[in-house]
Design a protein. Structure first.
Lengths: 360, 360
């Protein structure tokens, strides 16, 4: 087992793979048929960390979360209202089964077409520990999060300040690098709870266990983020943008956002056109210092622009790359040493249909 | 005649209403049928001012313009190449007729569906002077300009530094406050030429003539900007956003852009839904300090949100406002004394069709 594979992916992910975590989902009457309330309980008190929307307008549940998260938590209720009867019913149905976790992941869905779950296992001195999470979100997705909720559980014992630090770092490298439409919702929340049920010594900043967990956490956040992007409203293409040679991380983020939020870039991918000019133009108006004449652009392995200008390439090769649902774009700025990967989508007729037919 | 109406609009606008300005349009073979090269000449040398794209990637014509604009200019050639034979043909066809101006305005069109022209006349000591302009642009329109070109002529004598200052100010209050898709092109250019043919004394900063001209210029730029927005790709609604009570002008601009570039706000207008929540959310993620609980929102005269929350209004009244092609949205932030008006559009299926079917 090398440094890079210190944990394993659990084939059937569910938050209930974490010992001490039980889940339930009920219908409390807010939606006609499907379950609309999820309850997740930790048998023992769990330390909690949270990262919330940076939108200046914050929804009531976000405000409540911010206030309560400083103390250890036992239960998590997710729905579109807070109905006492529903909570009682859910409490009676709590179960540690894999299926109960799936049902909870299903109950938190709104316009999502698929549940979003992830789970990992690792070992410390032969003893197993876990990280599992579920998420929802499909529209209004932007760097710095969006109408997206993600809930992660681990059975490690991690003091709250360290938990918060690890979560913030993982979110910055995952959820904060995805965008569907550039809109940031008023509800975004990522919570991470640590209940210590694995019976391992408390994690300390910088120790081996901490490093392994940090890696698991970043990977889990990334997988949930990718599932959200992939399930985005009207999405027909998922774009992985590898931005290389940027002067610094802030510049790289700004450039990546400009490209992935550009309606012209997004419609070009929807139309399967190798329009590197739109990518270059979006980089240009991002407001970051770089030399356009040093920019190389690749679609998958195919170079489509060199030193800011056209380069000959086979149309047929570009077409076969652009036909796929998952497309990797590599932009080599040659203006520094910072690299960053971000994820976005195309902009389709379906996006317009879904968001223009919505009634407030 | 009061202070506000010191100039009159010329019914049939054309750049050739400015004495000493002749225009011609020819087909030089770049397009199949329509004229594709416009030539505009000033009989005498004209001082020239220019405002260019802030995109870091700049097209060759922009670079050329920047270099030559410091010296007085005589001729302006606009087309999608620079074909010597075409220029010769156009030079032979130069005319001061109204029709010649129209033909030039037609020759600079790309995906535009209509020509964009404006002209004003005013008097100083009984002597007439003029300002006329033409523009093109329909996609990739954003504050700080876009694939848009605008050319303005006046027969006043204005020294170049003052001309540049007046143009920059007028552009900031017009072209830089319109957005269609948030993309900023690499070609944006607004040029203003002053040939002195009116025979009036040279304009001095702050004198009465200067004030009148500044007002004309701002109005002319605004009208051309509005024509561009209105003719935008796939546009079915033109949104006038009146943002009031902002802490300062920079904040107001940032907030206006966030609202007018939000795909969710834009699709709501396309769907004719009074979704003030999306407007509030866009304000919230703009990154500007304000108190969401003080925000009032109006559609035309109809209040739809009060102090950041819902307010009862007649659905039928909202529907009749949202049905129209031109919609005014007033956002009262109640967080300061700065007001600003900006213009945007909806986001429609046609926008996606036009921009995804384009082949680079």
């Amino acid at each position: 087992m090398n440094e890079k594979t210190t944990f394993e992916k659990i084939e059937e992910p569910s938050i209930t793979v974490v010992p001490g975590i039980r889940a339930a989902a009920v219908n409390c009457g807010l939606k006609k048929k499907k379950s609309d309330l999820a309850l997740v309980c930790s048998e023992s008190e769990a330390a909690a960390a949270g990262v919330f929307t940076r939108n200046r307008v914050q929804a009531a549940p976000v405000k409540l979360c911010r206030e309560t998260i400083g103390s250890p938590v036992r239960a998590l209720v997710v729905n579109s209202g807070k109905i006492a009867a529903g909570i009682k019913g859910a409490a009676a149905a709590l179960s540690g089964d894999i299926e109960a976790g799936h049902r909870a992941a299903c109950a938190i869905m709104t316009t999502d077409r698929a549940t979003k779950e992830v789970a990992y296992r690792s070992y410390c001195g032969g003893r197993p520990f876990h990280l599992a999470g579920m998420a929802k979100g499909s529209g209004m997705i932007c760097p710095d999060m969006a109408t997206m909720l993600a809930f992660l559980y681990t059975d490690l014992a991690i003091p709250r300040p360290l938990l918060q630090e690890l979560l913030q770092e993982a979110v910055d490298r995952s959820f904060n690098l995805i965008t569907i439409d550039g809109d940031t919702s008023t509800n975004d929340t990522v919570l991470l709870m640590a209940n210590g049920a694995a019976g391992l010594p408390e994690v300390e900043a910088g120790d081996g266990l901490c490093r392994t967990f940090a890696e698991m956490l970043e990977q889990a956040c990334f997988e949930l983020a990718y599932q959200i992007v992939s399930d985005g409203e009207g999405v027909t293409k998922v774009i992985t943008l590898e931005l290389q040679g940027a002067p610094d991380r802030a510049a790289a983020r700004t450039l990546a956002r400009a490209v992935l939020n550009s309606p012209l870039v997004k419609t070009a991918f929807y139309g399967e056109d190798a329009n590197w000019g739109r990518i270059l133009a979006a980089l240009g108006y991002a407001g970051v210092e770089f030399d356009p004449d040093r920019v190389d652009i690749y679609l998958g392995p195919l170079q489509v622009a060199s030193q800011g200008g056209a380069v000959a390439f086979r149309e047929s090769e570009a077409r076969s790359i652009l036909k796929k649902r998952e497309i990797t774009v590599r932009v080599e700025l040659n203006s520094g040493n910072c690299s960053l990967t971000a994820w976005g989508t195309d902009l389709s007729h379906d996006y317009i249909s879904i968001n223009s037919s919505y009634r407030s």
